[in-house]
Design a protein around this ligand. Structure first.
Ligand code: HEC
Length: 141
């Protein structure tokens, strides 16, 4: 009886472990897909201004490595990319007051490029999904 219970416990544990592992690889697969698509969008749509290493351009174009800013403005990044940005912002302690043009990108592409940006240039902020972007785009000011 005891023996059977031990076997049952061990196999339950094994199943749970398997579930967790397969779940994790699903998420990281999705992350990888977002990230690599995002890299291409970045190269064609953002790199001209923000630079291939996200370092920006002196006093004109801000860097994309200020994780604190990216985290704080997490829910408005989709709007920034879709509709552009003007007005004074502070990045890495430097002030910018320039104009970023709107980018005609689909919600999926916006999610991918944010995922790329949020996990490059020293940022480690994880995935941003298309669903999140669609929700954020409903609240643009
Ligand atoms: C024509 C140049 C240009 C292009 C192209 C451009 N940006 Fe920007 N970006 C700017 C400028 C200028 C600002 C600062 C705007 C301000 O001062 O209000 C900015 C600000 C930002 C910010 C907020 C500040 C920061 O540094 O975190 C983010 C995020 C951003 N851009 C991401 C992107 C992404 C992603 C793309 C590509 C889809 C992109 N930008 C394309 C010029 C550009």
């Amino acid at each position: 009886m005891r023996y059977i219970r031990t076997i049952a416990a061990v196999s339950t544990l094994a199943i749970i472990t398997l579930l967790i592992v397969s779940c994790e690889s699903n998420t990281s697969l999705e992350f990888k897909r977002y990230y690599s698509e995002g890299a291409e969008i970045y190269q064609t749509r953002c790199q001209n201004c923000h630079g291939n290493d996200g370092a920006g351009l002196s006093a004109l174009i801000p860097a994309l490595n200020d994780s604190t800013f990216l985290k704080k403005n997490k829910n408005s990044l989709a709007c920034t990319i879709r509709y552009g940005l003007k007005g004074v912002i502070n990045i890495n302690g430097k002030t910018f007051d320039e104009n970023m043009p709107a980018a005609e990108l689909a919600p999926m592409e916006i999610a991918q490029v944010i995922t790329y940006m949020n996990n490059s240039f020293g940022n480690q902020l994880g995935i941003v999904t298309m669903d999140e972007v669609e929700a954020d785009l409903k609240n643009c000011k």
